[in-house]
Design a protein around this ligand. Structure first.
Ligand code: NAD
Length: 334
């Protein structure tokens, strides 16, 4: 970072401490900060901009989770969730286990998966979370994981959530980073869909759903996130392709949300500040929330609840569609 001021350094320190990270990188592989600290719920600010300048990821509790009555939501039904060690993926794994499903969580971060299992147990989820450590770019491992998941019960649901961010303009963008983001956020969701579809089709009724974690960046583009924008647009396309082939029972859908309180967001604040030549606080207030009408970031649990709804019978007409929950970000203009 060029010439950081003392204030900037304090802010970065606060953000890093909130995120529980030692260094600011451009990948998403950090631990959930909420589980490692000693702060209680009441210590945590509900405003996205904490008094110390940080973005606090809220503690996940049962009260935050949507409970849906659905005859297929039971422990014999399996949901595969990628990125289950952190942020939105963790919350979704816990939320689906809370709705009685058996969840197979895929992530690189083995310790993070264990924390997700503990989190589901701690809130008294009736369903189990099963850890499947693995790299989404490893095709053989993904085939083995889906095979193993089918031993746990009937696979009906897949949540493609894992992702990462890299901030650079097109002319500067490292091709190896583009390839990695494409492999994790487009190729792997396609491969897992390819592996899961036959399992859903083999059920008597063919009912199931694949939900892809997109973003407001699947609707419009901002500067210095070209790979992210391209992959998020592609995830909407994949959802529609699944819907087109799903015979009305196997549904595809995508979720497009604005900024969510997770490590992926805290990690990109310094890079965005540097890229735009503005302060960390300006990134949060102006870049991340400036255009939104709802002036608070979403929580991981709020996003997880959308997966629960989308997978359930209440999502029956959500077939190829995109759930745009962005606080007014993309469809309003002040
Ligand atoms: P996060 O950094 O908290 O979690 C991402 C997880 O993906 C990590 O646990 C990481 O280990 C895992 N992962 C990354 N590469 C992997 C690989 N090759 N194999 C297996 N696991 C891998 O991020 P998050 O904020 O929870 O984001 C989750 C998804 O939601 C991403 O696709 C992101 O683009 C999307 N999203 C996030 C926001 C936001 O504001 N946080 C907004 C819109 C969309």
């Amino acid at each position: 970072m060029a010439n950081p001021t003392a204030e900037t350094l304090v802010l970065i320190g606060a953000l890093m401490s909130v995120a529980g990270i030692d260094a600011v990188g451009d990948t998403s592989m950090t631990d959930d900060p909420t589980d490692s600290g000693t702060a209680t719920d009441s210590d945590r600010p509900t405003d996205p901009i904490a008094t110390d300048g940080g973005v606090a990821e809220p503690t996940l509790t049962a009260e935050d989770l949507l409970a849906v009555s659905d005859e297929r939501f039971d422990t014999d039904t399996v949901a595969i969730v990628t990125g289950a060690s952190s942020g939105i993926g963790r919350a979704t794994a816990v939320a689906l286990a809370y709705n009685d499903l058996t969840v197979v969580g895929i992530d690189l971060d083995e310790a993070g998966l264990e924390e997700t299992i503990e989190k589901a147990e701690a809130i008294g989820a009736p369903g189990r979370v099963v850890a499947a450590t693995g790299d989404l770019t490893d095709d053989d491992r993904m085939a083995d994981v889906v095979d193993a998941a089918s031993e746990e019960g009937t696979i009906r649901y897949l949540a493609n959530i894992a992702g990462l961010q890299h901030i650079d303009r097109i002319s500067e963008f490292p091709m190896e980073k583009f390839d990695l983001m494409y492999d994790v956020m487009v190729r792997a969701p396609f491969l897992l869909s390819k592996l899961v579809v036959p399992h859903v089709e083999a059920t008597g009724d063919g009912i199931g759903a694949i939900g892809n974690m997109a973003s407001v960046h699947a609707h419009y583009a901002t500067q210095a996130k070209p790979a992210y924008i391209i992959t998020k647009f592609a995830l909407r396309g994949l959802a529609q392709a699944i819907a087109a082939e799903g015979k009305g029972t196997l549904r595809g859908f995508s979720l497009s949300v604005g900024y969510v309180k997770t490590p992926l967001v805290t990690d990109q604040i310094p890079d965005t500040a540097e890229e735009r030549g503005i302060s960390e606080r300006e990134v949060i207030e102006d870049v991340m929330l400036g255009q939104a009408r709802t002036k608070e970031m979403m929580t991981p649990a709020e996003v997880a609840n959308l997966f629960t709804l989308g997978f359930s019978k209440h999502g029956r007409q959500l077939n190829g569609g995109d759930m745009l929950f962005d606080g007014g970000y993309t469809l309003t203009y002040e």
